[in-house]
Design a protein around this ligand. Sequence first.
Ligand code: AQP
Length: 342
Amino acid sequence: NDLVFSGVQPTGNLHLGNYLGAIVNFVKLQSRCACIYCVVDLHAITVWQEPAELRKSIREVAAAFIAAGIDPKAHIVFNQSQVPEHAELAWVFNCVARLGWMNRMTQFKEKAGKDRENASLGLYAYPSLMAADILVYRATHVPIGEDQKQHLELTRDIAQKFNNDFKTDIEAAGFADGQFFPLAEPLITGPATRVMSLRDGTKKMSKSDPSDYSRINLADDADTIAQKIKKAKTDPEPLPSEEKGLEGRPEADNLVGIYAALAGTTPAAVLAEYGGGQFSTFKGALIDLAVAKLGPIGAEMKRLTSDVTYIDGILADGSARARVLASETMRHVKEIVGFVGT
Ligand code: AQP
């Protein structure tokens, strides 16, 4: 049976990249799979978070899930820290994964930057916790943006090594095919799997970019969205009429991609309409489109986050339901690994 798991970090400024690269797909998958969507607060603290801000961001991500159309009754929406089995399984995976595997992770290198000695141990072990998030539910499919592909490959490596290392005990525990953990498949299929910064078309749109003008936040109001698109970096040439004309023009490529994703069409169709014209005309149309699509989500997020009791209730209910599933997996893992207890 297909089971979908994915997570979003509550690190503030949920943006268009998170929406188009991940959340839109979360919403779509609901009609054909059981889905578990997690606010990954344990991941968030791998870099410093002000506690008051973290609380706000956790509720904001939960609100964004619901505002975007995720049904927390039919599926599960919860926050990671409330299901201790994530951290518990991550420890087992820390002992399965190899240092050499972790050393290859490009996200750690990017986030740790030059001052690597000062990065948290948690940031380094992040992919091991991500593997635990997915595998504690024995999930089969993981919708993610392009940037998480390498971590998902590591999740598969960890699952495979666990299955191999403990083959005999997995079979003894009643899993005759020896495949205790599934090799979860990435779903990198969205309308825009890699949305780039509005200030630099070669850098991905990111929550942690110090410039707020680099991204469109889901919570931005119409005026802010308009300002950011007006100020978005472009080049002096008019838009090309065909897609190959976007080569070597990362900013133009990105804006056309965003338009196509929001309109549910292709870059070729966008260029057929706006090609040959000035950026200002295209940007005007993009502003109208972005405001029409994102405005209602932002407004609903605002309404939901003002009702803390409601959001906290959703998270508590989701955590309780997630915990039932996660504790069942951990019961087997403890037996398979050789821990003694009831
Ligand atoms: N620019 C992007 N384009 C497409 N997808 C993206 N995602 C993130 N940025 C883009 C996808 O959103 C999901 C949630 O991401 P996350 O918050 O868990 O982690 P992240 O990838 O580290 O997000 P950010 O915004 O870049 O945060 P910081 O700046 O803190 O690192 C994931 O599926 C991700 O692929």
